[in-house]
Design a protein around this ligand. Structure first.
Ligand code: NAP
Ligand code: F7E
Length: 343
């Protein structure tokens, strides 16, 4: 029988790659769309004829129960979130509602629908649940690299809300026997990344500067270090996590560290420019409670699930710069994209 998946956050970067991956595996894929008018569907426009959609919002319990009841999914991937870390200081309460309490609401929706359908299994019936946890939960980490046993020290409302989502998922697994797991994913990027995130801000600026649309790129902390991978690789890990005999949480990353300075150097080299001629550090873009260094110890996901990344850092930056160059060449003014503001 055809398996059904429900994805929250289908209009986001990961949602679009996950939808493609699940369709390629023969799933019937449903996406939760929020907003009663004009939902942002540009990232999944090319898949529109293969997808089904259902209305709902992670801040609204009734809508999630109705969505799960309509779709009757085998698997739920909860990717919906407000995902820009500095933005979580502008709307801390909303971020807590969506990224934290929203996880609880979806777990409850799964339990309620299982009960409504008479399965009355304490384990949430047959529905398996994936939660998009984040390396931001490690924050000011006590050790590097970070693994499944590293403690959490989040540094933003985003990180704190994700930590709640992580713990409530584990708690529902342990209390009700649900197949509910979290993937603790490190930064992953792509040509579909939002332009407010640093890699895409850099790739877009390198392309714009090369084409003469922009002269300068303002950035914050060039010394921040991240473990950057390709989003298309990471959605395979999400799917694998829901195919196991026993539910478990996994850390997912490449295990390679690069600074923001490395990303700028790499992107500008792709277009034959020197980054030092164009990049200006703007102190207003430096985060007050910065997360300085994050790097994954992903030995467990590699050993137990056989997951491996296929795209390295240099390939990732080149892919993003080339995509932005191509997009800007098609739409010469700004490729439909403006440089992002905010730190
Ligand atoms: P993204 O591009 O920002 O997408 C976020 C998605 O969440 C969008 O589809 C958005 O819908 C949806 N959303 C926002 N508020 C919602 C609400 N109230 N109810 C339902 N949906 C809502 O994020 P991403 O990069 O794909 O990341 C996917 C998930 O992984 C997020 O939970 C993120 O926090 C987490 N994560 C990401 C990374 C990373 O490096 N990318 C790493 C670790 C964890 P609209 O289009 O309607 O706004
Ligand atoms: O920042 C530094 C900034 O905004 C990366 C989200 O997907 O990954 C993402 O969160 C680093 C930080 O991503 C600028 O200070 C310097 O140290 O690309 P970012 P993030 O905050 O790491 C995690 C895993 C998630 O879960 C999140 O949802 O780059 N940086 N200058 C800058 N960052 C930005 N955005 N803009 C700058 O000008």
């Amino acid at each position: 029988m055809t398996r059904r998946a429900l994805i929250t956050g289908i209009t986001g970067q990961d949602g679009s790659y996950l939808a493609e991956h699940l369709l390629s595996q023969g799933y019937q894929v449903w996406g939760l769309l929020r907003g009663q008018t004009n939902p942002r569907t540009s990232r999944v426009g090319h898949l529109a004829s293969d997808l089904s959609f259902v209305d709902g919002d992670l801040t609204d319990q009734a809508s999630l129960v109705a969505a799960v009841d309509t779709v009757q999914p085998d698997e739920v991937y909860n990717l919906g979130a407000l995902s820009f870390v500095p933005g979580s200081w502008q709307q801390p309460e909303l971020v807590t509602e969506v990224n934290g309490t929203g996880v609880l609401r979806m777990l409850e929706a799964i339990r309620m629908v299982s009960d409504l359908n008479g399965s009355r299994h304490a384990d949430g019936g047959r529905i398996r649940f994936y939660q998009a946890s984040s390396s931001e939960m490690f924050g000011r980490a006590a050790e590097t690299p970070q693994s499944e046993t590293t403690g959490f020290h989040p540094r933003s409302p985003y990180g704190v809300a994700k930590t709640y989502g992580h713990h409530i998922t584990r708690t529902y697994r342990e209390t009700f026997g649900m197949y509910a797991v979290s993937g603790v994913l490190f930064n992953h990027e792509s040509p579909r990344r939002g332009t407010e995130f640093v890699t895409r801000k850099i790739s877009l600026a390198a392309a714009r500067i090369k084409l003469g649309h922009q002269k300068r790129l303002d950035l914050g902390n060039l010394d921040a270090v991240r473990d950057w991978g390709f989003a298309g690789d990471y959605v395979r890990a999400m799917h694998l996590m829901l195919q196991q005999d026993e539910p478990a949480d996994y850390v997912v990353g490449t295990g390679r560290m690069h600074s923001v300075r490395d990303a700028v150097r790499c992107a500008f080299a792709c277009v034959g420019l020197h980054w030092t001629d164009h990049v200006v550090v703007d102190p207003a873009l430096v985060r007050p409670a910065e997360v300085e260094v994050l790097c994954a110890d992903s030995r467990r996901v590699r050993a137990e699930l056989g997951w491996e990344p296929t795209v390295d850092f240099a390939q990732l930056m080149r892919m993003m710069v080339e995509s932005d160059l191509e997009r800007l060449s098609r739409e010469p003014v700004h490729g439909g994209l403006l440089p992002a503001a905010g730190r």
